[in-house]
Ligand binder design. Structure first.
Ligand code: NAP
Ligand code: ZN
Length: 348
């Protein structure tokens, strides 16, 4: 086994504390990765606190991982020792179902194996990226452009916040001539602004935070609407082709469905712990669709990383040491993240 150290939660209320554990020895198809940086996703917080009701402890969170390959199994072909590598939300899937074959492994019919808070198909609990190393099958690792070398910390959030916004914007063909709304300026939302802008759409941010307007414009928004302002919301009614909802807490979906014009789609990527209720009148008006999207497949995640390298897109981050985890979690929950916390693993 490979010795590992990181930070783990022991229960929904324990918080995170230092934790020593073991990773599996590298199988023939595995790479061993020394983790340099790990992003903090709001999904980590939902799961550490068991807000989705399916948490397994001890839990080492983290699924926005970048680092360097330190060893490779005998059958590995895509990586060699020293290569930069990224690991996201999945570390395995069945590989043979229709969705895996279509390279949409996030919708694997058997259920993909998450990077943490999940059991591998061998029944062993797996641990995530708030740690010094990880062992992963090369099929579930991404190559990173050498262009990322000097901004690696800001690349980590692309592995979840990046792909989770890139994938639906691509799927619903967001581009020139399309009017797009991003709801919530946090980790996902700020990547949503960057991608929608890069794809050539006209982009409006809807935010509950008045203080984020200037940042939103810098990140790619053409317009900013404060969603608490009823008159401002009313003025935006039936104007948008596509709305991407990146909100982490319960909120009224009917308000945002109302933004859609004929045949528009509201896509949920945010995963609040409470269910929402939809008034049928909100969808029958303008033949609106309510949809959802989960991360992205391995092929599309690689495509997104390559797009970011080519277009010089990374996340806007605050780099922290492991001693600041508690404070970072509190700030994310308050909506006070600018716009992703990333942990420097040298501080472990
Ligand atoms: P985050 O950084 O905390 O951002 C969430 C943003 O939502 C906040 O910054 C805030 O933006 C807004 N917000 C918070 N409370 C709100 C409320 N009560 N009403 C309206 N807006 C509110 O979180 P994140 O890491 O981007 O993740 C967002 C959500 O996506 C989480 O639920 C996460 O679990 C989920 N997620 C889903 C996937 C997927 O595959 N579908 C992948 C990753 C994450 P403003 O201040 O601008 O209002
Ligand atoms: Zn995530």
């Amino acid at each position: 086994m490979i010795e590992a150290k990181g930070y783990a939660a022991q229960s929904p209320t324990s918080g995170l504390a230092p934790f020593h554990f073991e990773r599996r020895d590298a199988r023939p198809g595995d790479v061993v990765v020394e983790i340099a940086y790990s992003g903090i996703c709001h999904s980590d917080i939902h799961q550490v606190k068991d807000e989705w009701g399916q948490s397994m402890y001890p839990m080492v969170p983290g699924h926005e991982i970048v680092g360097r390959v330190t060893a490779v199994g005998a059958d590995v072909t895509r990586f060699k020792v020293g290569d930069l590598v990224g690991v996201g939300v999945m570390v395995d899937s069945c590989r043979v179902c229709a969705n895996c074959k279509a390279q949409e492994e996030q919708y694997c019919e058997k259920g993909f194996v998450g990077t943490y808070n999940a059991k591998g198909y061998d029944g062993v609990l797996v641990h995530g990226g708030y740690a010094n190393n990880i062992v992963v099958d090369e099929r579930y690792a991404h190559t990173l452009s050498p262009k990322f070398e000097d901004k690696l910390a800001a690349v980590a959030p692309l592995l979840c916040a990046g792909i989770t916004t890139y994938s639906p914007l691509k799927h619903w063909k967001v581009g020139p001539g399309k009017k797009v709304a991003i709801i919530g300026l946090g980790g996902l939302g700020h990547m949503g602004l960057k991608f929608a802008h890069a794809f050539g759409a006209e982009v409006t941010l809807f935010t509950t935070s008045a203080g984020k307007e200037a940042d939103a414009k810098r990140l790619g928004a053409d317009e900013v609407v404060i969603s608490k302002d009823k008159a401002a919301m009313e003025a935006q009614r039936s104007k948008f082709d596509f709305v991407l909802d990146c909100v982490s807490a319960p909120h009224d979906l009917n308000e945002y469905l109302g933004l859609l014009r004929l045949d528009g789609t509201l896509c949920l990527v945010g995963l609040p712990e409470e269910p929402s209720s939809v008034n049928s009148f909100s969808t029958v008006t303008n033949r609106r669709s309510l949809a959802g999207s989960m991360i992205g497949g391995m092929r599309e995640t690689q495509e997104m990383l390559d797009f970011c390298a080519e277009h010089d897109i990374v996340s806007d981050i605050e780099l922290i040491g492991v001693n600041k985890l508690e404070e970072a979690y509190q700030r994310v929950v308050k909506g006070d993240v600018r716009y992703r916390f990333v942990i420097d693993m040298k501080t472990l």
